[in-house]
Design a protein around this ligand. Structure first.
Ligand code: AVI
Length: 320
């Protein structure tokens, strides 16, 4: 018997909700097209980001890891053991896990938009650390979130490593940090990783690596958009562009049309001329002082700043 089954690609509806479709369409239709960097992280995007972290050019991950390795005990003394450690953008949970022996949290709450990726990582971690209560939250926390009742409310420490705060514009970062501040409680705090301004060649290379992993990460967003809004982006028609914008103190990532083209999606379309770009991500770089004052504006008081010998990256402990 021959069963004629349409291919799953054809049959599968777009997975995005109406709100997500509207959000993405608004960005694509803006005079200067843009998308939110959160759409970089489907399951392949999360894996590509893991690969980026291993690149010789991408210094933030290993520089921050060096700071944790050198000063982890000091950080544990400052934060205290038995905390409720809320790991924002936990991904594979490896950074927090490397600090468990020193921090000894009572509860670990990893939060990540990429739910399936997160659940896999947490299942493995729970076996290694059975004494820590683990509550995984698969949600997009970028526009604020309410913590469920299963998250203990005493001694909350928000852990936000990796300089992901740099992916918010400064004013958005303040709003986001204020949201954390409102959820922290008097005995809680924040341990946050911040990428610092440095030599522009170092910055540019970190976001435009020689073997093109960052380019693949950026271009993969188009495949993700195809899935989310039923778009027909052809990845081959776009190229990765990344550079440091000195005036704004940020790396900008864009996708640039290689030729004139039209993209169509559920309920909309846009024509792009050759060389026109979609702005996909910003990664702000701070000075130590500028970030301390940003924290202050969000209600946090900086307690301690740890950095690497080159002052490329900072890990900051702040109190609510
Ligand atoms: C997740 N975030 C801190 C990364 C960054 O450096 O801004 C995302 C990234 N984009 C390109 N490479 C890495």
């Amino acid at each position: 018997e021959v069963v004629n089954t349409p291919s799953p690609e054809v049959q599968r509806p777009a997975h995005g909700s109406a709100a997500i479709i509207a959000e993405i369409a608004a960005g694509l239709l803006a005079p200067a097209a843009y998308t939110s960097p959160k759409f970089l992280y489907d399951s392949l995007g999360s894996r590509l980001f893991e690969a980026i972290c291993e690149l010789p050019e991408y210094y933030p991950t290993r520089t921050e890891a060096g700071i944790f390795a050198a000063h982890g005990a000091d950080m544990a003394r400052a934060l205290g053991t038995g905390s409720t450690l809320i790991d924002l953008g936990a991904g594979n949970c490896a950074k927090a896990a490397s600090l468990f022996p020193l921090l000894q949290p009572a509860q670990y709450v990893p939060v990540d938009i990429s739910r399936d990726f997160l659940l896999g990582a947490v299942a493995q971690l729970q076996q290694r650390f059975p004494q820590i209560e683990m509550t995984a939250l698969g949600l997009d926390f970028s526009s604020g979130f309410a913590l469920p009742a299963s998250v203990r409310d005493e001694h909350r420490v928000f852990f936000y490593p990796g300089s992901s705060i740099g992916n918010f514009a400064p004013q958005q970062a303040i709003t986001f940090l204020r949201g954390l501040h409102a959820n922290t409680g008097a005995d809680g705090g924040l341990l946050i990783g911040v990428d610092l301004v440095k030599d522009h060649d170092v910055l540019n290379a970190a976001y435009d690596d020689a073997i093109g992993v960052t380019g693949a990460f950026n271009l993969n967003m188009l495949r993700h958009l195809n899935h989310l809004i039923g778009a027909d982006f052809d990845v081959n028609q776009w190229r990765h562009v990344a550079f440091f914008n000195m005036d704004q103190s940020r790396i900008e990532m864009h996708l640039e049309a290689r030729s004139a083209l039209t993209v169509r999606w559920q309920g909309g379309e846009r024509h792009f001329v050759r060389g026109e770009r979609i702005h996909t991500e910003d990664s702000y770089k701070y000075t130590r002082q500028s970030f301390v004052s940003l924290l202050e504006r969000a209600g946090f008081a900086t307690e301690q700043v740890w950095t690497d010998p080159d002052h490329w990256f900072a890990v900051i402990h702040a109190r609510a």
